[in-house]
Ligand binder design. Structure first.
Ligand code: NAP
Ligand code: MG
Length: 482
């Protein structure tokens, strides 16, 4: 076993006060690494370091920011195979998915390197004679980042890169299940030439490290991605903190994919198989509700079932694997519990759901497809976060649209159709933040806004130039020229 990997606080790698073990879900005998756990005092040190580094970094030149972000991007991209393998090993998405996610993280840093050079303000005439008014953007301060396990490098990247780009300093708390990618990313950031304290890594639990970030008066803002339940607690803590913190939340989804009678069946099946099951269904944008109109229902279900039969569920890093394992025992237990809940409610488990044995002990589960589901069942309302989707029958387009919007969530939505009329109507009337026509609900580019409505998101969008709204604060200034 290698040495325990450390936290990065005030420009130093430091030991923790406990250890977290990173287990490979494809092979529970494989310990990916051991990571030092930070405690409350160390988290406070990281916050103090970030506070001390803020005045200088928030006044750094766009060139300094560009150089650091560009260097981080270059190293991530040049090591994408190795880092993608680490990610697949610790989280369970397949090797190509892992490499793809790492590449995306690299591209995000490149995008925000450029954004550092593009931050401009506005200048206009005051309503008072002889005066101009200037509107500029400034960094917010120390930003605490709390991230989930399902995108161990892309989500940290899409928070850290814009935070640094706009002159903030960072205390990063990754999900305890996936410290490996977070640590590797932090090493790369540590080598990028940023002054000490600008970026800090504190591995540890939500209840200790996360809570400290939420309570500390010197943390100006929190960027969170995770479940709705945790998001709600974060919102409360940010409002109760003194001073109140700026916060932004990205949370769950119960994303509909509508399949209409006039859909191209092959395209619809690909969108559903990818959207519902790739990355083991562990995506906030997963198409977990397949809303299918009557005329195509049976054809679609038969074709999707055939497609599922061809998917290989195996070790995430094995060549030929389409679906990796579920992330851990708790999540597997939750997925299996929902299979029972769905059947008890009267839905039909049309295919899959069995636990699978492979060469190594891991959390393997056959993707599961429910049919005869209705939109009021728990399997249609609650986020399962696994390789489980349900088919809901709809009479026609209008009913399908109504069902698609009848949810507490509003992250992503899709429609499969060859009709321009329905495609246009759906884009305009879907109550989701991201809408796809003839494409999986999951997957938006790194240079465009990501986020949802209703219970899925709170605050400004992440990614692309929209991330400015999270990581800057606006100043309005006048000069009386004497
Ligand atoms: P989670 O349980 O809410 O955890 C997310 C993060 O919050 C983890 O780092 C966790 O720490 C931390 N945390 C937990 N309790 C906390 C507390 N009381 N105070 C401060 N921090 C706390 O979510 P997850 O299980 O990791 O991830 C799955 C969820 O993320 C799903 O609901 C999924 O939809 C959502 N997600 C959303 C998006 C999006 O962009 N909308 C993207 C990806 C995932 P620990 O290390 O202790 O767990
Ligand atoms: Mg969790």
């Amino acid at each position: 076993m290698n040495a325990i990997l450390k936290n990065f606080i005030a420009g130093e790698w430091v030991d923790g006060s406990g250890v977290t073990r990173n287990i490979n879900p494809s092979n529970t005998n494989d310990v990916v690494g051991e990571y030092a756990k930070a405690d409350r005092a160390q988290t406070e040190k990281a916050i103090a370091a970030a506070k001390a580094a803020f005045p200088a970094w928030s006044r750094s030149t766009p060139q300094e920011r560009y150089d650091a972000l560009n260097k981080i991007s270059a190293e991530i991209l040049s090591r994408k195979e190795e880092l993608g393998r680490l990610l697949a090993r610790e989280e369970g998405k397949t090797l190509p998915e892992g490499i793809g996610e790492v590449a995306r993280a690299g591209q995000i840093f490149a995008f925000f390197a450029g954004e550092a050079l593009r931050l401009t303000g506005e200048k206009g005439a005051s309503v008072r004679p002889g005066l101009d008014v200037e509107i500029t953007r400034e960094a917010v301060g120390v930003v605490g980042m709390i991230t989930p396990w399902n995108f161990p490098i892309a989500i940290p990247a899409w928070k850290i890169a814009p935070a640094l780009c706009y002159g903030n300093t960072v205390v990063f708390k990754p999900a305890e299940l996936v410290p490996g990618s977070a640590h590797a990313l932090s090493e790369i950031i540590a080598r990028s030439g940023l002054p000490a304290g600008v970026f800090n890594l504190v591995v540890g639990s939500g209840s200790v490290v996360g809570q400290t970030l939420l309570e500390h008066p010197d943390v100006a803002a929190i960027s969170f991605t995770g479940s709705v339940g945790t998001g709600r607690k974060i919102a409360q803590a940010c409002v109760l903190s003194n001073p109140m913190k700026k916060f932004q939340l990205e949370m769950g989804g119960k994303n509909p994919l509508v399949v209409l009678d006039d859909a191209d069946v092959k395209v619809a099946v690909e969108a559903a198989a990818n959207g519902a099951y790739f990355s083991t269904g562990q995506r906030c944008t997963a198409s977990s509700r397949l809303i299918v109109t009557e005329g195509i229902h049976d054809t679609f279900v038969a074709a999707l079932t055939e497609r599922l039969k061809g998917l290989v569920v195996d070790d995430a890093v094995k060549q030929g694997t389409h679906i990796g394992p579920v992330v851990d025992a708790n999540q597997l237990e939750q997925d299996q519990r929902y299979l029972k809940i769905g059947q008890d409610e009267g839905a039909k488990l049309a295919w899959g759901g069995e636990l699978l044995n492979r060469e190594t002990p891991g959390f393997y589960m056959q993707p599961a497809l429910f049919t005869e589901a209705t939109n009021n069942m728990r399997i249609a309302r609650e986020e399962i976060f696994g390789p489980v989707a349900c088919v809901i029958r709809a009479k026609n387009y209008d009913e399908a649209l109504a069902i698609s919007n009848d949810t507490e969530f509003g992250l992503a939505a899709g429609v499969c159709t060859t009709s321009l009329k329905y495609a246009s109507h759906f884009k305009r009337n879907s109550e989701a933040g991201m809408v796809m026509v003839n494409l999986p609900t999951a997957g938006v580019d790194y240079h465009v806004p990501f986020g949802g409505r209703k219970g899925s998101s709170y605050g400004a969008r992440e990614q692309g130039s929209y991330a400015r709204e999270v990581y800057t604060t606006v100043k309005t200034a006048y000069t009386f020229p004497v």
